[in-house]
Design a protein around this ligand. Structure first.
Ligand code: DC
Length: 223
């Protein structure tokens, strides 16, 4: 079974997806981390972020892997070509670089293929922007998770504080969230939008636990 969770930056997709997967005994795939890893590698290699051919070959040739830290139950480590980039992909620099990288068609083609290959190996919660529309249009359950801009910025600041990476300035984070929403929603390829058969959940006034319970309940009904 595939549970697709899409939505804008900072809606809580990552935390919700990981917790839902943990509760249901599913694996979890953070597709945003894959775009971030490609952006990180592109900056490392000094590639022009408009060079589609060079970006595409990174997405095709560099292996992106997920791992579990010792003593933790939920996988959250990300590596590209064997280099651990778990923290490096969460910086403000990558927040900016990932927009043109994820708008690139050759990057998307390569990563979507990998995501489909991974998802077909078992029961997965897959989170991103185009999971219900492009990557798994036949997903058994599709959720489109949103929250107000301000609430998403507030949560992102708390998350950055907890991780010790990324900006903790509310106005800066809010501006970046709005910039990325605009970019993700208006790009030519796979713009952010809810699938017609997605269930919309606005998490502004719910706790994360309430959202997790709602999705698990929906998944149990489908099963
Ligand atoms: O979810 P996130 O903030 O880690 O995603 C990073 C970027 O990647 C974001 O700007 C949108 C893009 N993205 C995408 O285009 N398609 C996906 N399936 C996941 C993320």
């Amino acid at each position: 079974m595939i549970i697709a969770i899409d939505g804008p930056s900072g809606a809580g997709k990552s935390s919700v997806a990981k917790a839902v997967a943990n509760k249901l005994g599913f694996a979890c795939l953070d597709t945003g981390a894959m775009y971030r890893a490609v952006a990180w590698q592109a900056l490392q290699n000094g590639i022009d972020l408009n060079d589609s051919e060079a970006l595409g070959s990174i997405a095709r040739d560099y292996k992106i892997e997920f791992g579990t830290a010792e003593g933790e139950a939920i996988p959250r480590l990300v590596s590209i070509s064997g280099v651990d980039v778990t923290n490096e992909i969460r910086t403000a620099e990558i927040d900016k670089a990932v927009s043109p990288v994820s708008a690139d068609m050759s990057v998307r083609e390569a990563l979507v293929l990998q995501q489909q290959r991974i998802g077909r190996t078992g029961n997965y919660v897959v989170e991103g922007r185009d999971i219900g529309t492009v990557v798994f249009p036949d997903a058994e359950l599709k959720i489109f998770l949103t929250a107000s801009d301000e609430e998403r910025a507030r949560r992102r600041v708390l998350q950055n504080e907890a991780r010790g990476v990324g900006s903790t300035d509310f106005e800066e984070v809010l501006a970046d969230i709005r910039r990325r929403d605009e970019y993700d929603s208006n790009r030519a390829h796979s713009p952010l939008r809810a699938a017609d058969d997605a269930i919309l959940i606005d998490s502004t006034n719910f706790t994360i636990e309430e959202v997790i319970d709602q999705i698990c309940e929906l998944a149990n009904k489908k099963a």
